[in-house]
Design a protein around this ligand. Structure first.
Ligand code: COA
Length: 192
């Protein structure tokens, strides 16, 4: 069933990061990393061409209320976002009636390769299952995006299917891989 997540007032602390709802004031920080070519393109969107574009995207996120800003605890800067979106799995018969969200994320290139997104996603998974009471989380990556594949694997998601993703902004269709994580599988993993 369509599950709309409202993150208003939610704060998640991890050892190195704070996740809190994105706000207008974050535009400068977001533009700094979202304007770097190759970052958004790995997730299907074109790098931002102006701070106005960033402000418009943030306005969309604010309306949706389902996107965290990822704040670096050391500097206080926003270094990425993590969203809980409507999932493709709602169309899959076997998941009928479940509360589902799709995890999507991006991190500033300056911070790649330190395990930060794995840390953020792990804590958000816990929040989704233990606080929101979701049944299923889904995630996906373009086939060539091995960094994201590793984050997904390290967080315990299981491969579900290969598919196509039409990235309208890039005028390109990508081969992608889609994954799922059930609350039961996550609980079992947590106990070990
Ligand atoms: C994908 C992304 C979020 C990863 O964040 P991160 O904090 O760097 O991820 P982590 O450090 O937790 O893990 C990255 C993994 O990729 C591996 N990696 C790094 N460079 C790699 C490369 N060139 N090829 C394959 N794997 C690579 C790392 O070794 C690590 O895996 P390991 O722990 O097994 O060694 C970040 O690269 C990003 O924002 N990319 C652009 C946007 C994007 O792709 N979003 C996801 C869309 S699905």
């Amino acid at each position: 069933m369509p599950y709309h997540i409202d993150l208003t007032g939610t704060i998640i602390k991890t050892p190195r990061l704070t996740l809190r709802p994105i706000k207008d004031d974050d535009a400068e920080d977001v533009y700094a990393y979202a304007s770097v070519p190759g970052v958004g393109e790995a997730a299907g969107w074109r790098h931002h061409g102006s701070i106005e574009e960033t402000k418009n995207i943030i306005a969309m996120f604010l309306a949706e209320k389902n996107v965290f800003a990822i704040v670096d605890n050391e500097t206080g800067h926003v270094i990425g976002t993590l969203g809980l979106h409507q999932s493709w799995a709602e169309e899959e018969g076997q998941f009928k009636g479940l509360d589902i969200a799709e995890v999507g994320y991006v991190l500033s290139k300056d911070y790649w390769g330190r395990g930060l997104m794995t840390e953020a996603v792990t804590h958000v998974i816990e929040y989704c299952f233990e606080t929101l009471g979701l049944d299923l989380l889904t995630v996906g990556h373009f086939i060539e995006n091995n960094r994201s594949r590793r984050v997904i694997e390290k967080c315990g998601f299981k491969f579900f299917k290969n598919d196509k993703y039409v990235a309208a902004q890039l005028d390109k269709t990508f081969d992608d891989a889609k994954y799922t994580l059930t609350r039961d599988d996550w609980m079992k993993r947590k106990q070990h």
